[in-house]
Write a protein that binds this ligand. Structure first.
Ligand code: 5RP
Length: 223
């Protein structure tokens, strides 16, 4: 089974998880990336049943609209029943690194506003310790050099993601060589740097359920 098939399998499993919420008329939060795209495509047949979605990026919003699925403004929906999104890494406590697609801030907002967060990923994303994947940090453009120096003081090696502007008009620094032994503390410490919008650690609000695609089938992991 290749990675695409594993992603499709977890997306299909996520559809089963959210079906009752759809039929109950709940709002569904939608993530960003290739795994989330599989989920969006499998949502298409439910376009007439779905009351509405909130998307974590302009790209996902466009893909949803292309399928005829309504996309709502989070300011008009209140809290969301369930959020489905991919990840770049997950540990066994379902703390995540996200933001490989530069959508981390909106992803964190939708996750925070959601009662339940279902993460969908292929088995390559499950790790014992977070940090092999460079940690994305969204930064206000004028603070780029200052924030980079502060990240070096914390022991990281920040690299400017050339040519990328987030949906919020900001830039991304990818932090390499970061030992993330205490994800909650690291998430808070980086977010305390002036000029940082947020970082890609989802430890203060981890996933509630990880659907992991493996050649032996989809595994359900809870923290
Ligand atoms: O955080 C993200 C985007 O900002 C994605 O969820 C993450 O990069 C995983 O993407 P993919 O499903 O393509 O592997």
């Amino acid at each position: 089974m290749d990675q695409d098939q594993l992603k499709k399998a977890v997306a299909a499993a996520a559809i089963e998880e959210v079906k009752s919420a759809i039929l109950d008329g709940e709002i569904i939060g939608i993530g960003t990336g290739s795994t989330a795209n599989q989920f969006i495509d499998l949502l298409a047949p439910y376009r007439n049943e779905i009351k509405g979605t909130v998307a974590s990026s302009e790209a996902s919003a466009q893909r949803l609209r292309n399928h005829g699925i309504e996309v709502l403004d989070l300011n008009s929906t209140g809290d969301i029943a369930v959020y489905v999104d991919g990840a770049d890494e997950s540990n066994h406590r379902l703390e995540l690194i996200k933001g490989g697609g530069a959508a981390l801030t909106r992803e964190k907002i939708v996750a925070a506003a959601s009662a339940r967060f279902i993460c969908i990923a292929d088995e390559s994303k499950l790790v014992d310790q977070l940090g092999a994947f460079p940690l994305p940090v969204e930064v206000i453009p004028m603070a780029r050099s200052y924030v980079a120096r502060e990240l070096v003081k914390l022991g990281g090696n920040p690299v400017y993601r050339e040519g990328v502007v987030t949906d919020n008009g900001n830039i991304i620094l990818d932090v390499y060589d970061f030992m993330i032994a205490t994800p909650c503390k690291t998430e808070e410490r980086i977010n305390a740097i002036t000029g940082v919008v947020t970082n890609g650690l989802f430890a203060l609000r981890p996933a509630d359920l990880l659907l992991l695609g493996t050649p032996d089938g989809v595994k359900r992991l809870t923290a």
